[in-house]
Write a protein that binds this ligand. Structure first.
Ligand SMILES: C[S@@+](CC[C@H](N)C(=O)[O-])C[C@H]1O[C@@H](n2cnc3c(N)ncnc32)[C@H](O)[C@@H]1O
Length: 238
């Protein structure tokens, strides 16, 4: 399954899985992805058990994507579900700072991978900005994110928490309403295991066919980028 998806992705033919709603678009051009992001090394936590897998693949060639999204999409407000030690959030924030757009970030994590990870993430992210908040919560129990974030609308949301089909689909459903128009959702690990996350993205797109464009990126374990259409553009499309 993964091989098949990766092959389709490489051939630019992944749209055959989404043919009904024809929403595959070029949201970011590959030339805007930095080749590497070596600064991430300054933020890696010594003894982090999660790093073993990355080390073999080159960690700076993974977080370069997040850094590039921050630079390219110039988000003001960033939300992340699944923070762990803060590596991806730091990379996004650094990129957004680079483009002079950054205003604030919120991270949600229930510390189910590692108890105490929030404290580590807090100290780590604080070395980059003090304009952030971490919320210790199980996203699966959140029905309406507005009760947590108020009226803030996010320009970039990273979904990297519960990697089950149901869990990811839930996270996409609760984030879509707090995403700004033209805002981006990045979903990590779409090719992980038996591609449950990819299936969730596909389901979400079927349910929200006219609202989003999508691009699949063949990096590490795969990213899906969803871009929320602007309302005028949605009604003119149909
Ligand atoms: C893959 S790690 C995130 C890695 C991080 N985004 C990075 O690249 O630096 C997934 C995180 O999601 C959190 N998580 C898993 N299920 C969750 C849930 N239902 N609600 C909130 N957080 C969850 C875990 O505690 C873990 O810290």
């Amino acid at each position: 399954m993964i091989k098949k998806l990766k092959k389709l992705c490489k051939l630019g033919q992944l749209q055959i899985m989404n043919l009904r709603h024809n929403c595959i678009k070029n949201i970011i051009d590959g030339k805007f992805i930095e080749n590497s992001f070596p600064q991430i090394k300054d933020f890696l936590i010594k003894g982090d058990p999660g790093l073993t897998a990355y080390n073999n693949l080159g960690i700076e060639d993974y977080y370069n994507y997040y850094y590039s999204y921050g630079r390219y999409f110039s988000p003001k407000n960033i939300l992340e579900i699944g923070v762990r030690y803060g590596y991806s959030l730091i990379s996004l924030v650094k990129g957004a700072q680079e483009s002079n757009s950054f205003s604030s970030a919120i991270g949600i994590d229930n510390q189910s991978y590692e108890s105490g990870s929030e404290r580590i993430a807090f100290d780590n992210i604080k070395s980059v900005t003090d304009k952030f908040k971490l919320i210790n919560a199980n996203s699966q129990k959140i029905g309406n994110l507005k009760t947590l974030v108020g009226d803030t609308r996010f320009d970039l949301i990273h979904v990297d928490g519960d990697h089950s089909y149901k869990g990811c689909l839930h996270d996409l459903n609760i984030t879509k309403d707090i995403l700004a128009e033209n805002g981006i959702i990045v979903i990590d690990d779409i090719f992980l295991g038996s591609c449950r996350v990819f299936q969730a993205v596909n389901r979400f797109l079927k349910d929200n066919a006219t609202l989003f464009d999508v691009q699949i990126l063949n990096c590490f374990r795969g990213h899906a980028l969803l871009r929320k259409k602007i309302i005028g553009a949605v009604s003119s499309v149909g």
